[in-house]
Design a protein around this ligand. Sequence first.
Ligand code: UDP
Length: 459
Amino acid sequence: MGNNPHLLILPYPAQGHVIPLMELAQSLAKHGFKITFVNTETTHKRVVNALADDDVLGDHIHLVSISDGLETWERNVPGKLSEAIMTVMPRKVEELIREINGSEEEGEKISCIVADQSLGWAMEVGKKVGIKQAAFLPAAAALLVLGFSIPKLIDDGLIDQDGIPTENQTFQLSPSMPVMNSTNLIWTRMGSSTMQKIIFQVMEKNNKAVKSADWLICNSTLNLEPGAFSLGSTNHTHRPTSGPQSPRELRLDTFWPEDPTCLKWLDQQQPNSVIYVAFGSFAVFNPTQFEELALGLEFTLRPFLWVVRAESVTNGTNFNYPDGFLERVGTRKRVVGWAPQQKVLSHPSVGCFVSHCGWNSVMEGVSNGVPFLCWPYFADQFINQSYICDVWKVGLGLERDESGIVRKGEIENKVDDVIGDDGFRGRAFELKESTMRNVGEGGSSYKNFNNFVEWLKNS
Ligand code: UDP
């Protein structure tokens, strides 16, 4: 084998998965690895568009697409893409590896598949074609530990065999991990009970496959999740590593065009004064909630930068701002369709981040020392909120009323509580510093990542 082997990197086809795996690819490319980065055709086109004017990939990363076997219209049918990911993609990936390895010189053949943890089947494909396998978790390490703990949760009567909670109960997997609620587990926050059962089954399957991987890589750091990492390495024979990339200086731009003009607007604001409001790429509001959020922001009397994606509201592009809202808030507001989020969060004017608590957003807020106001919607976002509010104490949760709406008064009060209390900013700064020490030279993530690189090169 050559000194710089050829790797195949395979993300799950969604932005929040592609971006951290692309960052991992970029970090590995800096160590000289040749990388074949595989997307489904649709995602591939979006990645190519996002990279159009940029040369961030260099000579080492080659983008390749495989078909998901679906017609365009089928991608909008609920469940079709997930089904294709489980049934069509494994064959396509296997064919691709066999094709490349059949034609490349000995030292150039793909020697390891690095795949998203939610594509557990990729570990089987790796074994079948005789190459090493590493699984990448783009979420909190706590989720891995939660997944591995499913048999115990069933034994303890917290969930049934289908993953459905027997009743509303709290539990803690380790003292420094968030207190979890049986109704707030990833799969129990994913739509109808049929959908929950399907996702639970897929998770169980993935967990089994991932347990057999040679390496587990988590997009997290030891200081953030000591409990999860200690459970991950003592209860299982794998080697979880953490924080594969140092501060994200090299990155793929997001799938939507960013509006960079908001950075100039931020330049004109006072330090720590701006409320940044963004809910990632999926969350959708009902019109009442949208209006309450607008009024809540208005009531704070503070400047705010609000990301309103075109499809943010259930009734489409008609945002229905409250009457007179835009005039009343005037230049105190900036509304954009998509923000350069990492640049926004590193701007000194930003005082707090109203977030849905997607893990990428959490990591970006943490690495920039920004306090949070948590507004989780589904999947792992409730567990991430618990890290922010209960474990790290760098933010507060926004409470919904009995009809499930976060009211304007709640938004106004909690923004004041977070921005007005230096304690949140102080703790957020300390968390950022300890995270940077972790990923910086000599830190545990830095060492783990180098061990991973050595293993890829030598074993
Ligand atoms: N993001 C962005 N601009 C925005 C909103 C979000 O660049 O206006 C990026 C953000 O930086 C993060 C990703 O989109 O990297 C969202 O990922 P996350 O895991 O937070 O949420 P998801 O979209 O998966 O729900």
